[in-house]
Design a protein around this ligand. Structure first.
Ligand code: C2O
Length: 546
């Protein structure tokens, strides 16, 4: 195994997009940031230097961080932010994961531009469980705002309103030729006829689930979230923010230029979303041209409509672990978490300009009616490890305070969450099941729920209210997919299982940044087991202080 040393200099850099130059926060001057390529078993040592004017942390999305929670990155959860002018070195080892992950800022909305791919090749001396691809390409799907994304979220937080939707989607930072001033920058993926190539697709968008297709080419799905899957073929994939999907394509079409496209899977009723389409081009060598390249094959007819829940669900329910999965058959902790929006009343006499949500309210979101508030003086992990009182309470509820018809017409009395910093304690080694139940409070919507520090098995998903008797009979305990982010279906539910074998404090949250901004999250506190290899490591000496 090798050790990879990197410096990440985070700084403002002029970036020209959509006809204008923007001062953009980048890593080493790059947007998207540098791609990290390692082998399973390797160690990464990344010194992050903050030369920007915002607080900052970096999260290595999907990396299990076994006993190294200090390197996980969510601000005020596992560390205090790196202040402007300061630095912090993240050290961690990839243990058992192979495929595609990514890294991103985990502070305010900085991840809009501060993100990049983390590619994990098979362990040295071993190979893919599929024929070796001729070429490999990583495609990061993103969201671009003409305004400064930090200003967008700050304005929304100040007014209580919904933040502005993005100006464009991007592939590797480029909107593509459907947008103004963007034809020249459109990303080209060069291929040769008769090859099998691996495309690693990453949804780095802030607030949007996305459909992805390549015109006239079938996609053979072989992995997701750095875990292999039983291969299956489809013409469209759907990714929630945070998710990755590895696909093989065979270049068996007439040499030409084919559109690679992504656009919204927008499931919320009546909620505004960015309804534009981003493109890149799959270019056969024989068809390459240096200018006047007009001959692009038409956009893929199979790119679904924005509200095509049937296609999205057909995809997510097709994923299978490639063999018998090590999913726990029995469980010690049976949890039921509602995930959904809410609205906070504005205190009497508060200025109207701070309450621009629906009917003079502020938007909120919650799990089990608790709207998650980050601490500000210590990180949760520090408070736990040093026994600092008053930072959090360990009474996050295992079930919602009252049962109701979650996806029906929810009475207004249940719309208002409570703000708090609560964690749920898990014993080392506990076998955990969580039912995520979407609610129709204010609107029904998909929620891509991400758990830090763990992969979990998605044993079932469905629509309406979860029925413990009927639905439990349908759990897949044989070959459910293993992921780090689950798309809880719109107006429905999903069930995950995992073993709490990684001590630390681990954030669980909706990966739509607008929802985590409103409090759609909580944290698990996983206690140490016995002995060194079941305990959290000591914190690094340069851990930032608040
Ligand atoms: Cu990809 Cu908590 O994040």
């Amino acid at each position: 195994p090798r050790t990879h040393l990197h410096d990440f200099i985070v700084q403002e850099t002029p970036v020209k997009r959509l006809c204008k130059t923007h001062n953009t926060i980048t890593v080493n001057g790059q947007y998207p940031g540098p791609t990290l390529e390692v082998n399973n078993g390797d160690t990464l040592v990344i010194k992050v230097v903050n030369r920007a004017r915002y607080n900052l942390t970096i999260h290595w999305h999907g990396v299990r961080q076994m006993r190294t929670a200090w390197a996980d990155g969510p601000e005020f959860v596992t560390q205090c932010p790196i202040r402007p002018g300061k630095s912090y070195t993240y050290r961690f080892t990839i243990q058992g994961q192979e495929g595609t992950l990514w890294w991103h800022a985990h502070s305010s909305w900085l991840r809009a531009t501060v993100y990049g791919a983390l590619i994990i090749h098979p362990k040295e001396g071993s190979s893919y469980p599929f024929p070796k691809p001729k070429r490999e390409t990583a495609l990061l799907l993103g969201e671009w705002w003409d305004a400064n994304p930090i200003d967008v979220v700050r304005t929304a937080t100040r007014t209580g309103a919904s933040p502005n939707v993005s100006t464009a989607y991007t592939i590797n930072g480029q909107p593509g030729d459907f947008y103004k001033c963007s034809t020249k920058g459109t990303v080209i993926v060069p291929v040769d006829s008769g090859e099998t190539n691996l495309i690693r697709v990453i949804n780095s968008a802030l607030n949007q689930q996305l459909f992805f297709t390549i015109a006239n080419h079938k996609l053979t799905v072989v992995g997701a979230d750095a875990a292999y899957l039983k291969p299956f073929t489809t013409s469209v994939i759907m990714l929630g923010p945070g998710q990755t999907t590895d696909v093989l394509i065979t270049t068996n079409q007439p040499p030409s230029r084919y559109y690679i496209t992504a656009r919204a899977y927008a499931s919320a009723q009546n909620a505004p979303f960015d309804n534009t389409t981003t493109t890149a081009i799959l270019e056969y060598k024989a068809a390459s041209c240096s200018s006047n390249c007009t001959q692009i094959k038409p956009i893929n007819a199979s790119l679904p409509a924005f509200n095509d829940t049937r296609t999205a669900t057909a995809f997510t329910t097709s994923l299978r672990y490639p063999m018998k999965a090590p999913v726990p058959a029995d469980i010690d902790e049976s949890l039921f978490f509602t995930v959904g929006l809410g609205l906070m009343k504005c205190p009497k006499g508060s200025r109207a300009r701070n309450c621009q949500g629906p009917n003079g309210t502020r938007f909120a979101a919650s799990m089990n009616n608790v709207s998650f508030v980050l601490p500000s003086n210590f990180s949760l992990l520090q408070a736990h490890q040093q026994g600092i009182p008053g930072v959090f309470t360990a009474d996050f509820p295992a079930a919602p305070p009252v049962k109701f018809d979650y996806t029906g017409n929810v009475s207004r009395g249940l719309w208002q969450p409570v703000k708090a910093t609560k964690v749920y304690k898990l014993k080392y080694g506990a076998r955990v099941q969580v039912v995520f139940q979407g609610t129709s409070i204010f609107t029904t919507e998909n929620h891509p729920i991400h758990l830090h520090g763990y992969d979990f098995f998605i044993v079932a998903e469905g629509f309406g209210n979860f029925n413990p008797k009927k639905d439990a009979a349908k759990f897949n305990l044989v070959d459910p997919p293993m992921r780090n982010t689950v798309s809880v279906p719109v107006g429905g539910w999903a069930v995950i299982r995992f073993v709490a074998d990684n001590p630390g404090v681990w954030l669980l949250h909706c990966h739509l940044d607008v929802h985590i901004t409103w409090g759609l999250g909580m944290a698990f506190l996983v206690e140490n087991g016995v002995g060194e290899f079941q305990s959290l490591e000591a914190p690094p000496a340069d851990l930032p202080v608040c």
